[in-house]
Design a protein around this ligand. Structure first.
Ligand SMILES: Cc1cc2nc3c(=O)[nH]c(=O)nc-3n(C[C@H](O)[C@H](O)[C@H](O)COP(=O)(O)OP(=O)(O)OC[C@H]3O[C@@H](n4cnc5c(N)ncnc54)[C@H](O)[C@@H]3O)c2cc1C
Length: 453
């Protein structure tokens, strides 16, 4: 069977769906086919922790501008849909028990302010602190609030451990039901004519150096002059079909959702992020046991910072999400993803350093679900959005651990590239062609801040 499309999008995760939505609903591009071999949003995009933030490091302000634009669009969609995807803005709270880290926190707040994330307020200080309100996203502070007085930290965040010496509360951040947001955009895109085809793109015809057709595993051939690679963990494979090598790799990230029947976790948390590397507290018996086996010895080592968690949504909901990644080695994505049986206990213990209420579950984990997926990313943890060096081919990918929050600006940017509209300032920071610039390659050698948690 042969058919024709104006444009084919390969992959209906959040990237492909946002591209379809922005092209069809906002730019009125006709005859778009969205090809997806699974059910939409079910590979990586329904595994996220569903958080967003405009709090991103440099170099440069591209990531902050990109995320501010993304959050602007998310808010527009939340308003027009009567907040069907429950967008809230409780913030991210980064905490440390190490006095030597306080200056770094202050510098991070100042840098974020300079890059456009909003002013830093230090407490106690001239500005009053506005505590978070759990629901909604309108009329809330931006920027960040830094506390270095343990009494104030306990006053505003009484569930945090008493040994914490500093926290910074980043404000244009929060969470939302990312799956509902994705389905909302997919429905709007379909109303505007986007056709969803359940099949795998197996081959792309690029005779003469331009996109000509997508060949599907059901035998269908879609003739087209434009194709968008939105393959998530498989962007590299789709790149190969186009004859383009993409500088991406994948890391496995796992999370757990536990049912807190003992009620030890607070309900209205921001996202809680622990900034200190740590040794996990095990009993003497456990230590001896772990030391015996090569597969468990790592549990006794100094483990990295970054464990994070949050309450799941609204009052009366007993669920709490925890996420941490101890190993960041590049891996080939395989499904079902490998799950480590030790992950729930070790992650719960790691977050208990920040949220001591969790200690009640040591050695007797509650009912929980473990899942996860891959952060597919570039070396410097910035996305790839824009044209590829084959005429008519585009990419919206390498969205790493920020694809839900960044997808609105990513789809918006991709649509501007495809339709030839004015590009935002940050567009060049996300082009594949940036790697051809010797000055950029030089910058990469000393690029040590990825902003990843
Ligand atoms: C544990 C975890 C927590 C996370 N937390 C957050 C968070 O809090 N906030 C946030 O913003 N982001 C978060 N992320 C990141 C976010 O989930 C991803 O960046 C995002 O889902 C990537 O979307 P995608 O559309 O690029 O990929 P995917 O969702 O994987 O979609 C790609 C789609 O392409 C399809 N596909 C691939 N190849 C083909 C082919 N040849 N033919 C047809 N279809 C094909 C696949 O079936 C898939 O459905 C998290 C990720 C993980 C794993």
């Amino acid at each position: 069977m042969r058919e024709r499309a104006q444009l084919v999008i390969c992959g209906a995760g959040i990237a492909g769906i946002s591209a379809a939505y922005h092209l069809a609903a906002r730019h009125r591009v006709q005859n778009i086919v969205l090809v997806e071999e699974r059910a939409p949003l079910t590979l990586t995009s329904d595994k996220s922790t569903e958080c967003y933030r405009n709090w991103w490091p440099g170099p440069g302000d591209a990531m902050v501008k990109f995320m501010n634009r993304s959050i602007d669009i998310l808010e527009e969609l939340a308003r027009e849909s009567a907040n069907v995807f429950h967008m809230s803005r409780r913030g991210y709270v980064y905490a440390t028990a190490d006095p030597e880290r306080i200056d770094a926190l202050r510098r991070a707040g100042q840098e974020a302010a300079e890059l456009g994330a909003g002013a830093l307020r230090v407490h106690p200080g001239p500005d009053a602190y506005e505590p978070l309100t759990p629901e909604g996203f309108e009329n809330k502070p931006v920027g960040s609030d830094l506390f270095t007085d343990p009494a104030l930290i306990q006053k505003y965040f009484p569930y945090l451990d008493e040994k914490i010496v500093a926290v910074i509360h980043a404000r244009r951040c929060g969470y939302f039901s990312a799956q509902t947001y994705g389905m909302y955009m997919l429905e709007r895109a379909r109303e505007c004519g986007v056709r969803l085809v359940n099949a795998r793109v197996e081959k792309i015809d690029t005779r003469g150096g331009r996109v000509r057709a997508a060949h599907l595993n059901n035998g269908a051939v879609i003739e087209t002059e434009m194709l968008v690679n939105a393959g998530g963990p498989f962007v590299g494979e789709i790149g190969q079909m186009l004859g383009v090598a993409l500088p991406v790799y994948s890391e496995l990230h796992t999370k757990i959702i536990l049912r807190d029947d003992l009620g030890v976790t607070p309900r209205d948390t921001p996202l809680l992020v622990w900034l200190d590397p740590q040794y996990i507290a095990w009993s003497e018996e456990e230590r001896e046991l772990f030391a015996e086996e090569p597969e468990t010895r790592w549990l006794l080592e100094r483990l990295p910072s970054g464990v994070h968690g949050r309450s799941e949504g609204r009052a009366g909901n007993p669920y709490f999400l925890l996420q941490w990644t101890v190993r960041h080695d590049p891996v080939s994505p395989t499904y079902p993803i490998p799950l480590d049986a030790q992950f729930p206990e070790v992650t719960l213990r790691a977050l208990s350093t920040m949220l001591p209420g969790l200690k009640k579950y040591f050695g007797r984990l509650p009912a929980l679900v473990m899942d996860g997926g891959y952060y597919t990313k570039t070396q410097e943890n910035r996305p790839l959005i824009g044209p590829l060096p084959v005429e008519g081919a585009y990419i919206i990918g390498a969205l790493s651990g920020y694809g839900m929050m960044g997808s609105s600006a990513a789809g918006d940017l991709l649509a501007a590239h495809v339709t030839g509209k004015k590009l935002p300032e940050y567009a060049s920071a996300f082009l594949l062609s940036r790697y051809a610039d010797p000055a950029y390659r030089e910058l990469l050698k000393t690029w040590d801040q990825s902003g990843q948690i």
